[in-house]
Design a protein around this ligand. Structure first.
Ligand code: ATP
Ligand code: BTN
Length: 253
């Protein structure tokens, strides 16, 4: 599958908002909205995502899922996360995926993925995949606004890298992985890259419900499996869910 069209902005509210609007107006498959700066960047649950000018990658892919892909839409977040991991691995780094949507380097968040869907009646018309990656140190907000510690490629590599190079490699990885969406191999790669795998974690499920247990892996639909302290297997679905290491001095809130 080839690339669609590209829209570049020097500043925008959120590339996901622009991508959702463009998707509704007929953007072709694999179109990209990219901006140097975002003034209203969003994470999950409308939490803010900061993208200061000249420091980061912030872009959104518009996909028109094929009939073969539609049963596997919940895997796109893993596919996107793995596509971010590949270029980081090429730099010799060891990225991990904090389920469901964050990429960590040494337990610090370097990137996030925000998936949004465009519906036509009860059919999915488009999947918008927003990706934010901190390239320079200046991309990382002050600790007091973070729910989890942050980092950047510059901090990890101790040198600056060209954003274009990283963008090209993420898109390249995405294009290579996309045909694997329905495969066991994709799930194995995703499972292997999970942060805190085999470790004690705390999952905050919203409405005051918390599960504590050992992170076992992910299921075929991308949901998380945790073995709780009563040795019961608990499946955690996507949603307003926050995963944290059970003990950790790194957590702000
Ligand atoms: P959880 O860890 O509970 O899954 P989260 O803390 O990662 O969720 P998200 O909605 O996934 O929350 O991401 C938004 C959060 O990311 C913000 O609340 C903020 O703490 C953090 N954040 C915002 N901008 C950046 C950035 N450029 N780099 C790192 N972290 C950021
Ligand atoms: C998260 O960690 O919750 C996801 C962060 C996703 C941020 C990206 S930056 C490009 C795109 N535009 C947005 O407003 N959000 C996503």
């Amino acid at each position: 599958m080839g690339l669609g069209e590209i829209k570049y902005f020097s500043s925008i509210g959120s590339t996901n908002d622009e991508a959702l609007a463009w998707a509704n107006k007929g953007a072709p498959d694999f179109s990209v909205v990219i901006s140097d700066e975002q003034t209203m960047g969003r994470g999950r649950m409308d939490r803010p995502w900061f993208t200061p000018a000249g420091t980061a990658l912030a872009f959104s892919l518009i996909l028109r899922p094929t009939t073969a892909e539609k049963p596997f839409l919940s895997r796109f977040v893993g596919l996107a996360a793995l596509s971010i991991c590949k270029p980081l691995q090429t730099f010799g780094l060891n990225p991990q995926i904090k389920w469901p949507n964050d990429i960590l380097l040494s337990n610090r968040k370097i990137a996030g993925v925000l998936i949004e869907l465009v519906w036509a009646g009860d059919d999915i018309k488009c999947v918008v995949i927003g990706i934010g990656l901190n390239v320079l140190k200046r991309a990382v907000p002050d600790t007091d606004v973070l729910r989890f510690p942050g980092t950047s490629l510059e901090s990890a590599l101790k040198r600056e890298v060209q954003r274009e190079e990283v963008l090209r490699d993420i898109l390249g990885a995405f294009v290579s992985l996309r045909p694997e969406l329905g495969s066991d191999d994709l799930m194995n790669q995703w499972g292997t890259a999970l942060a805190f795998r085999g470790k004690q974690v705390r999952v905050e499920m919203g409405a005051g419900k918390t599960v504590v247990g050992r992170l076992e892996g992910i299921l075929s639909d991308g949901s998380l499996r945790v073995r709780d302290d009563n040795n019961k297997s608990v499946t955690v679905q996507f949603g307003d869910v926050s995963l944290r290491p059970f003990t950790g001095i790194l957590i702000n809130r």
